[in-house]
Design a binder for this molecule. Structure first.
Ligand SMILES: Cc1ncc(COP(=O)(O)O)c(C=O)c1O
Length: 355
């Protein structure tokens, strides 16, 4: 008996998402914050964690941080659900849909986990290509899919990964207004754009907003937020595993709110370095960066990006190679690093690209 035969075909057919398969001295592939905690803040966090009763389960539903983050985002606590990273919240959204025929619409290119999670949940994924060359939403294509496939769930990353841009707000509103399903605005990179569509929650019943602490310095803690209508959040909450946020992560999330100035100063520093890195990239021969409002930069190479990627790895630098046929041909994405990382990356890129 081959027990693998018991696994659904769509899972057996896919490769899965293997993060961090290659390790390098300089890691600029996962859009993390390049700055860690200061030694004194690290001590303060560890001190707070010492109080944890390690023999006890965490607070189910993370009520304390749920309340505090609700205030932080300016919404009611019953509108917030906390996930083990926003990945878990995306998974819960895909799980609760009506039936296996429910479709999920994603613009392409976008965050690949929408597609993978939706497929693993047994959903049919419908793609709507972005406009070229500026990667804005193609509203015509999206309305066309809404008409033909009636997606139960639509994912919109704002800013979008890997392209880095924020889609036009009016276009997003048109999609929300015409959608017969739930529209998820994923603001994983919202701190770097300084923009949010949270106020639209008052206008549209079918809107859900996602946030995360992963891009602002606490990726290791795995804390994400879903904000939406209270009645909808109540239903989603039935699917959440009771102890999804461990006690240490709950403490770290509260710590984030207690030290907002520290974390927001780091965001401002990343935004400054993003500008410098983008300008420097424009000066590298054969490299063409796209405008960005996130903590990473998409760029296109005149030569084969597989070759450049390999040479960068040989220099100890890991970025994301997105090379594929279509709009991301010879494209790569680099996370904005600290000064030393950015300089090392630029030098290695110049060497690799011959510029
Ligand atoms: C657009 C987008 N949404 C969500 C996530 C997942 O974030 P988390 O670490 O909170 O699961 C990522 C991670 O890279 C992302 O790029």
């Amino acid at each position: 008996m081959d027990i693998n035969n018991l696994i659904r075909q769509e899972i057996r057919r896919q490769d899965g998402y293997y993060a961090g398969a290659v390790s390098c001295r300089i890691k600029l592939d996962a859009n993390e914050n390049p700055f860690t905690l200061s030694p004194s803040l690290k001590d303060a966090l560890f001190e707070a964690m010492k109080g944890v009763s390690f023999n006890r389960y965490p607070d189910p539903g993370s009520p304390v941080i749920r309340e505090r983050f609700a205030r932080y985002y300016g919404v009611q606590p019953d509108m917030v659900m906390i996930g083990n990273g926003s990945d878990e919240l995306i998974q819960i959204l895909c799980t609760v849909l009506m039936d296996e025929k429910s479709t999920v619409m994603v613009p392409v290119p976008t965050f690949v986990m929408y597609r993978i999670i939706a497929m693993n949940a047994g959903r049919v994924v419908v793609e709507a290509p972005l406009e070229t060359p500026d990667f804005d939403l193609d509203v015509g294509a999206m309305l066309d899919r809404i008409g033909s496939a009636a997606p139960a769930l639509v994912f919109i990353s704002y800013p979008n990964s890997p392209t880095g841009n924020c889609f036009n707000e009016k276009k997003i509103e048109t999609v929300i207004a015409h959608s017969k399903g739930i529209v998820v605005i994923d603001e994983a990179y919202g701190n770097f754009s300084g923009k949010t569509l949270l106020p639209l929650l008052e206008k549209y019943d079918n809107l859900v907003v996602l946030k995360t602490l992963s891009k602002v310095g606490l990726a290791a803690m795995r804390v994400g937020f879903l904000i939406g209508r209270a009645s909808f959040v109540r239903e989603l909450d039935k699917v959440r595993l009771p102890y999804n946020i461990n006690s240490l992560s709950q403490i770290a999330a509260a710590f984030y709110l207690d030290h907002q100035t520290f974390f927001m100063d780091q965001v401002a520093e990343v935004v400054r370095r993003r500008h410098d890195l983008c300008e420097a990239l424009k000066r590298v021969k054969g490299i063409h960066p796209y405008p960005t409002e996130a903590n990473f930069i998409l760029f296109q190479c005149d030569v084969d990006s597989d070759v450049i990627h390999r040479k960068l790895i040989e220099s100890g630098i890991l970025i994301k190679n997105l090379n594929s046929s279509g709009v991301l041909k010879n494209c790569m994405r680099v996370t904005v690093g600290n000064q030393e990382e950015n300089e090392a990356f630029l030098q290695a890129l110049k060497n690799a690209a011959g510029g």
